[in-house]
Write a protein that binds this ligand. Structure first.
Ligand code: CAA
Length: 261
């Protein structure tokens, strides 16, 4: 364990960090204290250059059942803005981390919990994971990037169905509509996430980082600006030792040995 907070656990093993949401009495509802713990945990990860992949998970019972409704219900406009701002900050920070981030999801990933998973690069879900944005049903809308990320991910038709009608999707359907990367048996979620993370750890860190940046850039920019960005990143790869090693290993018909430099 490299960090133990009130509502979040942080461990590191073989270059893989895992943040476990740990508020079992409220199905990991994302209260203000939990969000503060997340910010601290992410800060530790950002400073630890040994960490190559981050996994975010909840418990076998729940990934996260959303922002804390009880805490939020009497908010005024200013307080609601601060709540949303903090959740956006966490999700934006995860999305722009220079390492891959995997959400390992069992049980409900609802509201802010779903939005947290959407900010990750990969979602590995159990058959009985349940993704949904039920905010409209309680008089609000998603406030942590959900309307934007979900729409860009699965398109406006399906996003409107989930956000406006409150339709929830289980793991298999989430996979079929392009919301999750992989759907596996519930009990295999964490094992699969670690396997996935280990595979990513074998890739050169800089190429992974540039690939993540370029794809994220495509989501927010027009194609010509994106292509210019891609060209700049592509040529930057040639200043890394790993590009030399990767291509040399190919020509020598051997496995590359990356130094992540
Ligand atoms: N906020 C606060 N507490 C929550 C919570 C939430 N989002 N979700 C669950 N809990 C609490 C429950 O109040 C309950 O606590 P008590 O035992 O003290 O009553 C405990 O967790 C267990 O929950 P349930 O008894 O409801 O468990 P269940 O298995 O019957 O139902 C559930 C599970 C379907 C996930 C249900 O809890 C639920 O619908 N939760 C709310 C989901 C939701 O609406 N999320 C969106 C929140 S708004 C948001 O996220 C805004 C944003 O974008 C930032």
């Amino acid at each position: 364990m490299i960090g133990e907070f009130k509502n979040v656990l942080l461990k590191k093993e073989d270059n893989i960090a895992t943040i476990t949401l740990n508020r079992p009495t409220a199905l990991n509802a994302l209260c203000n204290d939990l969000n503060d713990d997340m910010i601290e945990a992410i800060n530790i990860i950002r400073q630890d250059l040994d960490i190559r992949v981050l996994i975010i998970t909840g418990s076998e019972k729940a990934f996260a059942a959303g922002a804390d409704i009880k805490e939020m219900m009497d908010s005024n406009l200013f307080e609601a803005e601060r709540t949303s701002e903090k959740a956006h900050f966490i999700n934006d920070t995860l999305e722009s981390l220079p390492i891959p981030v995997i959400a390992a999801v069992n049980g409900p990933a609802l509201g802010g919990g779903c939005e947290l998973s959407l900010a990750c690069d990969f979602r590995i879900a159990g058959e009985n994971a349940m993704f949904g944005l039920p905010e409209v049903g309680i008089g609000v809308i998603p406030g942590a990037g959900g309307t934007q990320r979900l729409t860009k991910m699965i398109g406006a038709v399906k996003a409107k169905e989930m956000v406006m009608s409150g339709k929830m999707v289980k793991g298999r359907e989430a996979y079929e509509i392009g919301l999750v990367t992989k759907c596996v048996a519930d009990e295999e979620v964490m094992e699969e996430a670690v396997k996935y993370a280990k595979k990513l750890c074998q890739k050169p860190a800089s190429a992974l980082q540039f690939a993540k940046s370029a794809i994220n850039y495509a989501v927010d920019n027009d194609i010509n600006t994106g292509k210019r960005f891609e060209k700049a990143l592509f040529s930057s790869c040639f200043s890394t030792e790993d590009q030399k090693e990767g291509m040399k290993a190919f020509t020598e018909k051997r496995r590359p040995e990356y130094s992540n430099k």
